[in-house]
Design a protein around this ligand. Structure first.
Ligand code: HEC
Length: 107
């Protein structure tokens, strides 16, 4: 993709990511990431694999054979959260990606 992800203080990104994960104003339909993914819920077995990997939703709806973690955040923004993707270079995308990486490592 050749884009430059937002670079910032890792602790700050992690805290912001956790906050955004619970933020219903990110979606157009009143959902937050946590609505579906609270306490590690809602992921399929692929979430345990190192990125990039194949995810059924990304393949079936967007035709993507393989996704990086930031792309998976965008897939859930567009599909279940029914809104626009975050700007690729945004602090918000970097924060959610950092937080999701932490969640994945904790499983
Ligand atoms: C309406 C429910 C719903 C919401 C809201 C939602 N997701 Fe998901 N998410 C899913 C489902 C369903 C899957 C499993 C998709 C699959 O494996 O095909 C998934 C899978 C994932 C995965 C793991 C994919 C993998 O590697 O297997 C990540 C990471 C993820 N979501 C992040 C997010 C983030 C970040 C948000 C908020 C921006 C979010 N999701 C909001 C339903 C949701």
């Amino acid at each position: 993709m050749g884009y430059q992800p937002y670079q910032g203080d890792p602790d700050e990104l992690m805290a912001l990511g956790k906050k955004l994960f619970n933020d219903t104003s990110l979606s157009s339909n009143g959902l937050a990431c946590a609505t579906c993914h609270n306490d590690g819920a809602g992921y399929k077995a692929t979430f345990a694999e190192a990125y990039p990997h194949s995810v059924a939703m990304a393949r079936e709806i967007f035709g993507l054979d393989s996704v990086h973690l930031d792309e998976m955040v965008q897939v859930c923004m567009v599909q279940p959260m029914a809104t626009d993707p975050l700007a690729w270079s945004s602090k918000e995308l970097a924060a959610l990606t950092a937080y999701m990486g932490e969640v994945q490592r904790g499983r």
